[in-house]
Write a protein that binds this ligand. Structure first.
Ligand code: CR1
Length: 838
């Protein structure tokens, strides 16, 4: 792996136990931390003690860069991106920091000289699962890329005490277990109580006239919550830049209500503390759906208000006049979860900092930019007006006023179009009244972007059409990307070394350079190395599956993997229909010539999403039958790997032959797993949905297994009137599959268990599984054919990886910098300013 670039070593002025990078120095520092931080000596130290000692050793090296970065940003009052996100799915920090510091190999040697195994210590880390899926992981990739590209940035979010639940599988069903990630402490964060802020909730407002005779509003809250920031350094890859992830914890302003305490009401006194702390207690485990819960809205205003107040503190601290807030900060809203920022920034500027409406509105619009991540109607957030009024009375007034000005603008642009006014209003008045958060975000931002070309187009044509007609200049596309540091360098060192041995290691920062691999696609030795690496990684996964699931898997079979959140639109059950189709073919003719396959699934279902949980149960039930049926003769295996996480994903992507990206076209905004698989040399079977479209464009149609209806075909079919039963009756294999499930074959004769799922397919089939079934099966048959031609498959695999340059999150971030943020890199020199005051 990488070694320390010499210029960094040259620049180091302090080579001591907290900054030194030599093996000797690392060893000394490690033992020192074991002693002084963990209070242990080797003989009695646990694995966790060793992990902590190593984490602190690495953190010390980060701190030097972190402080330098902060000094330079402060001195220059650098323009800064604030990335506001309710989720950051960071994954384990230790390994990534070793890669980005360029000391992976030195540390491996240092710990091994002390009789320890680095991989073992890396396994110890309890990852911060502060996100559900793609949206939270994208935020994490973007932090990595911003630091790598030397872009001043702050990630702002919530320090949930409990992250996404741990998933167990019992009797084939998902069981949720509380994620106690902070249990052993978190060595990567530093609390900053000196920067605490206060957030108000509830109560009422009062109008008054100030000393200049101006109309003003005072908000008398029912409750005040304290927000305490916890900072984590985010180091760039082989740069000295260490940016900050700042997560807020909710606390009661005073630990006790002393009045209540003195009157003897001890429990009443701690009550408030408990209520306040609830705010940052737990991550809502829903992906792509919103349930309108009060606590969730409270979480949103909490982290948004804390973050905006923090930005204003920084503005003052750096002597920037508040009128130039938008020059100092650009605030990216990661979906609508932080969209209340529109009203909160207005409130802070007007009520707390005496600014006039028009100026405040200009600053707000110039500062904010909004990214939309979904086309699913159930994910578009709306809050009942009653709830809003109860929790955020002042914000509701401000939203009404924004709406008034906005609708005047709409009237001026589209006179006499009252239907349009009704559709575009920030308030949905069709039944019970709601605040529409996506509309608020669109109106209050200067930029609105989707996350893949098709998604942005569909936003413009459909979900946000009225806003596109009103503000075409605000719309732009920013196709998602993933960080090659975590998703190949860290997770697939063998492939990384092979690639670097051929084309050098420039590709790690400039992923387009992977295209130089194409020169080797006809080199038999390179192809054979490529193949044996994939094979070795598959062997590792075979061992893991044997140990985790007790299933024996054939390493030469196609590793056919679908790993992502469970959702009907993602169609894990379409994959199930294919498995049963192959199973039926074997049952009908046990000697049939079938390309062996291992179907691997991973992913969590939202705890309240019954159908998704039933699909998990179905997959496990199919596995129980197929894996043990003597007729199958081990040609098919179905494996459900429980508790999918970033750590686990890093193990799975490199082992895939085939990546399943089979959502109904028009539903997956982008997808990012699709990119991680292809980067590791998997071929994709997919629909023309989300970023699949662009991946296929890049890798070439010959190297991509495409099937199924396109988004326009989906709409047309639905408009004509879709009848799934017709497909059932006219397709012999499909009927046999459904009948096989209905017969109780996978449920010990129980014909009721999967009935809700079968009924939803037979009588509704909202996501058109039946319509796409035959195309999917035909495409899978082609996959099986091609896999038998090893050389052809290897060639396709190499070309997939070689052509993934576009999908680096570095490219995405460069595009954001250029088109939306108007921000330039600020390189950090080490050493010069560490002693600089104050
Ligand atoms: C989308 O479903 C996309 C990620 C990141 C998800 C997925 O297709 O790759 O966002 N959306 O952009 C989401 O979680 C709440 O919406």
């Amino acid at each position: 792996m990488q070694t320390v670039p010499n210029h960094q070593v040259d620049n180091l002025q302090i080579e001591d136990d907290r900054t030194g990078l030599s093996v000797e120095c690392l060893k000394r520092a490690f033992l020192d931390n074991l002693f002084y931080v963990q209070g242990k000596f080797p003989k009695i130290a646990t694995k966790n003690d060793y992990y902590m000692a190593l984490a602190y050793t690495v953190r010390d090296r980060l701190l030097q860069r972190w402080i330098n970065t902060a000094v330079i940003y402060t001195e220059r009052a650098s323009r800064t991106v604030s990335y506001l996100s309710a989720e950051f799915l960071m994954g384990p920090h230790l390994g990534n920091n070793l890669v980005n510091l360029g000391i992976y190999d030195q540390v491996k040697q240092a710990v091994s000289e002390l009789g320890l195994d680095l991989e073992d210590l890396l396994e110890q880390e309890e990852e911060p699962g502060l996100g559900n899926g793609g949206l939270g992981r994208l935020a994490a990739c973007y932090l990595d890329s911003m630091a790598t590209l030397e872009i001043p940035s702050l990630g702002y979010g919530i320090r949930y005490e409990f992250g996404i639940f741990d998933q167990d599988i019992r009797d084939g069903w998902q069981v949720e277990i509380t994620d106690k990630w902070l249990h052993c402490g978190n060595p990567w964060e530093i609390a900053r109580p000196e920067w605490e802020v206060y957030v108000r909730l509830g109560g009422h407002t009062e109008a008054y006239t100030d000393e200049h005779g101006r109309y003003r509003v005072r908000w008398i809250p029912f409750q005040v919550i304290k927000g305490v920031p916890h900072d984590t350094p985010i180091l760039g890859y082989k740069t000295n830049t260490a940016n900050t992830l700042r997560l807020w914890t909710a606390e009661a302003p005073e630990s006790f209500d002393f009045a209540a305490f003195n009157s003897g009401d001890y429990l009443g006194a701690v009550q408030e503390k408990m209520v306040s702390e609830n705010l940052s207690k737990v991550l809502y485990p829903n992906d792509d759906s919103s349930q309108g819960k009060r606590l969730r809205l409270a979480q949103q205003i909490f982290f948004v208000s804390c973050s905006l107040q923090d930005m204003i503190r920084i503005v003052f601290r750096q002597n920037v006049p508040l009128e130039k807030f938008h020059e100092k900060f650009v605030v990216q809203l990661n979906d609508t979860h932080p969209a209340i920022a529109v009203a909160e920034l207005m409130r802070l500027l007007i009520d707390e900092h005496d600014m006039g409406w028009d100026q405040a509105w200009q600053i707000t619009q110039k500062s904010l930019a909004y990214t939309n991540h979904t086309l699913l109607p159930e994910a578009l957030e709306r809050w009942p007006i009653s709830l809003f009024r109860e929790l955020l009375p002042r914000h509701l007034e401000i939203i009404y006023e924004i709406n008034y000005h906005f609708l005047e603008e709409v009237k001026a642009k589209f006179p006499g179009d009252s239907d349009r006014l009704r559709r575009m209003s920030l308030i949905d008045e069709s039944g019970e009244k709601y605040v529409r958060m996506a509309h608020l975000a669109c109106v209050g931002s200067h930029s609105i972007n989707g996350v893949a070309a098709l998604h942005t187009k569909l936003l413009q044509q459909d979900v946000l059409r009225d806003f596109y007609q009103m503000y075409p200049e605000k719309f732009n596309n920013k196709t998602n990307g993933v960080t090659p540091r975590r998703f190949i360098v860290l997770s697939n060192p063998r492939l990384t070394n092979l690639i670097s041995s051929k084309i050098g290691d420039n590709w790690i920062k400039h992923l387009e350079d992977l295209k130089h691999l194409e020169a080797f696609v006809d080199d038999p030795e390179f192809c054979s190395q490529w193949r044996s690496i994939k094979s070795a990684i598959k062997q590792d996964l075979v061992a893991y599956i044997a140990q985790q699931n007790g299933i024996t898997v054939n390493p030469d079979s196609i590793f056919d993997i679908q790993a992502k959140r469970f959702h009907e639109y993602k169609r894990q059950h379409l994959n199930a229909l294919h498995i049963i189709t192959l199973y039926n073919r074997i049952k009908a003719n046990p000697d049939i010539d079938i390309t062996p396959r291992t179907f691997i699934f991973g992913g969590k279902a939202a705890p309240g999403y019954y159908m998704a949980k039933l699909i998990i149960k179905l997959l496990n039930s199919i596995g129980d039958v197929v894996n043990n049926d003597p007729d199958v003769r081990d040609r098919l295996k179905v494996v459900f790997l429980k508790d999918y996480s970033v750590k686990f994903a890093q193990r799975v992507y490199p082992a895939a032959d085939l990546s399943e990206q089979i959502s109904m076209a028009g539903k997956e905004a982008s997808g990012t797993g699709n990119m991680k698989f292809a980067l590791n040399g998997a071929l994709t079977i997919g629909t023309l949905d989300g970023a699949n479209v662009e991946i296929r464009e890049e890798v070439g149609e010959d190297n991509f297994f495409i099937f199924g209806l396109t988004a326009p075909e989906v709409y047309a079919l639905k408009a004509r009137g879709y009848r799934p039963l017709d497909y059932y009756h006219s397709n012999r294999e499909l009927k046999a599959v459904i009948d096989r499930i209905a017969s109780g074959h996978f449920s010990h004769g129980d014909t009721k268990l999967f009935k809700p799922l079968l009924d939803s397919l037979l009588y509704r089939d909202e996501y058109l599984l039946f319509a796409d079934y035959q195309a999917y099966i035909d495409c899978q048959d082609r996959v099986s054919q091609v896999y038998r031609d090893r050389d052809r498959w290897t060639r396709m695999s190499i070309l997939n990886a070689a052509r993934m340059g576009k999908f680096s999150s570095d490219r995405s971030i460069r595009d954001y910098c250029q088109d939306i943020w108007n921000i330039k890199p600020v390189p950090i020199e080490l050493g010069e300013c560490i002693q600089a005051k104050e």
